[in-house]
Design a protein around this ligand. Structure first.
Ligand code: AAO
Length: 512
């Protein structure tokens, strides 16, 4: 019996590591600050057909409206209630989006802000996305309802009530993160409200959650909350499926709290991944692509089965959170495409692709003065729709990295090679490397300042393949470079360091 319980509990939590992707899909895209109506259309016209596994959406619940600065993106990380109206749209638009995305095989993952409510200086009134009244100074949120009994104040022992020292786990979990009112998740009542909120979304058809600020919550409290979550909706998922849980823990080492403390509960964001890959691609700190032969656990990352990986996220692309200057983003597009290509080709982790909006970046002494700027908006603060042009690009300040041909095609590459081992590694001891995924795909990078000219063993069946970076297979023709693989699996590659994109990728479905 004891063994049975152990297996049951262990099995449940391991199930929360599974993204529940449909039809062999493998990647998530974060459509940061997109409106629900636009995400629904994007699922149908692009993400479904192109093989994306899911979308991470911005927090769907009621949030504060901040006037100064005007409507920053980060207002959505300050909950006012669990009503489902936000800058991205209403509850009915959210519901419509979830079912339309599910219909085309694209999962929805909700960014769940459950550690806290708004900032202590958030004032009093109805300046909230659904118009609910609240008082930050009295810790009164009647639309949940939460009162001052539901916050951690008595448990925090710093003078400022804020986290002052990340070396002290008690502070990190019991005090306020940047002034945000810290919920008492040890209370059964609070756990119940949080679980009800998450269960409502599960019943609506979402596939899982990004859990915001996980480091700031006790694993035991989270275990109790996750334990109350329903199985996924059987209209879309097989019976007994658990919600996918990926937890935002920033662990670059050297703090009191480590990622490891959350592995039994779900996956964890691996922040070392983007920080290190940025150094490699930028060739900083003496790093070289050839050193990535043992990329993954060999680089001190968490074990593969626990990791959620990304090149940049909505915080560190603008200097929030952690990662530092090495992080590559769409602002460095040539390096960025290579970094994302590398991530998507490599078997380590569940992969998340970023999709951003542009802002007026203004870096003074290393700090972006405009790091607060919200999504493309009208004068009244409402978010603009995402226009899509006939050449597949987006307008009005929406970057749509996920629509860049090189990135879209690598999302497909990852699906095609899914389950195949890392194989046929080659490097020039500098910044030219190549590797395959069994006999299903092969990729070659040239990040050196000279040409690459090499005959390599691809492990692929002989034939002519279309490079999915410089172009793609369309019907029976190839719009990019063609690669001849001999009967022995060997192929000749030539990549100029001047190429628009100095890498080449072929896979089983790009064979002509
Ligand atoms: C806003 C204003 C604040 C105001 C507050 C309340 O900006 O001035 O006080 O409202 O009124 C986002 C924004 C915040 C914003 C907040 C609420 O980023 O600026 O505050 O919404 O509107 C920590 C957390 C991590 C968090 C990250 C930003 O651990 O969970 O800070 N990320 C999530 C979201 C994020 C959101 C929140 C949480 C809150 O993704 O968008 O905030 O819901 C160390 C620690 C990290 C810590 C960082 C930054 O990192 O390890 O845990 O992240 O510091 O404080 C090296 C180290 C590295 C270190 C880093 C930075 O790289 O190796 O470990 O330096 O020091």
């Amino acid at each position: 019996m004891k063994l049975f319980i152990l297996v049951a509990v262990f099995g449940l939590s391991l199930a929360q590591h599974n993204p529940n992707f449909k039809h062999g899909r493998t990647s998530i895209v974060h459509l940061f600050e997109w409106r629900w109506a636009d995400i629904a259309k994007e699922c149908e016209r692009f993400l479904g057909p192109k093989g994306f596994g899911g979308v991470q959406i911005s927090p769907p619940n009621e949030h504060i409206l901040v006037n100064s600065p005007y409507r920053p993106w980060w207002q959505r990380y300050q909950p006012i209630s669990y009503k489902l109206c936000s800058r991205s749209g209403s509850e009915s638009e959210l519901r419509d989006m979830i079912s339309r995305c599910n219909k085309v095989g694209v999962n929805i993952y909700v960014d769940a802000v459950i550690n806290h409510m708004c900032g202590s200086g958030g004032g009093e009134g109805t300046h909230s996305s659904c118009g609910s009244w609240f008082s930050a100074s009295r810790e009164d949120f009647p639309s949940v309802p939460f009162s001052n009994l539901d916050f951690n104040d008595h448990k925090c022992h710093t003078g400022s009530e804020e986290i002052e020292n990340y070396g002290d786990a008690n502070q990190v979990r019991n005090c306020r993160l940047v002034g945000l009112l810290d919920l008492a998740l040890e209370k059964d009542y609070v756990r119940g409200k949080v679980a009800d909120f998450m269960n409502k979304l599960i019943d609506m058809g979402v596939a899982g959650f990004r859990v915001d600020a996980t480091k700031h919550m006790w694993p035991g409290d989270l275990s109790a909350i996750y334990g109350r979550l329903h199985n996924l909706n059987t209209n879309w998922f097989s019976g007994g499926s658990r919600p996918f849980i990926f937890q935002e823990v920033i662990d670059l080492g050297g703090e009191a709290i480590s990622s490891r403390e959350y592995f039994h509960l779900g996956r964890v964001t691996e922040f070392k991944y983007g920080a290190k890959l940025g150094n490699v691609i930028r060739k900083w700190n003496g790093e070289k692509l050839s050193y990535t032969k043992n990329w993954g656990e060999g680089w001190g990352f968490m074990s593969n089965g626990n990791a959620l990986v990304f090149v940049d996220n909505h915080d560190n692309q603008r200097g929030h959170g952690a990662g530092g200057a090495s992080i590559v983003t769409f602002w460095d597009s040539r390096l960025y495409k290579m970094a994302v290509g590398y991530m998507l080709a490599h078997p380590y982790g569940v992969t998340r692709v970023m999709s951003s909006f542009r802002w007026n970046r203004n870096i003074v002494n290393g700090k972006d003065q405009n790091d607060w700027m919200g999504p493309p908006s009208y004068g009244d603060g409402s978010t603009k729709p995402v226009p899509v042009y006939s050449d597949q690009t987006c307008g009005d300040g929406w970057v749509c990295e996920h629509r860049w041909r090189q990135i879209t095609n690598m999302v497909k590459f990852r699906n095609v090679v899914n389950g195949q081992p890392h194989s046929n590694w080659w490097d020039n001891q500098s910044n030219q490397v190549a590797f395959g995924r069994g006999n299903r795909g092969f990729i070659v990078f040239n990040n050196d300042d000279w040409n690459l000219d090499a005959t390599l063993n691809t492990g692929m069946p002989g034939g002519t393949y279309c490079d999915v970076i410089s172009g793609q297979k369309e019907g029976s023709r190839c719009t990019g470079k063609q690669i001849q693989v001999g009967g022995d699996g060997r192929a000749h590659f030539r990549i100029s360091n001047q190429d628009e994109d100095p890498f080449v990728a072929i896979h089983a479905e790009s064979k002509l």
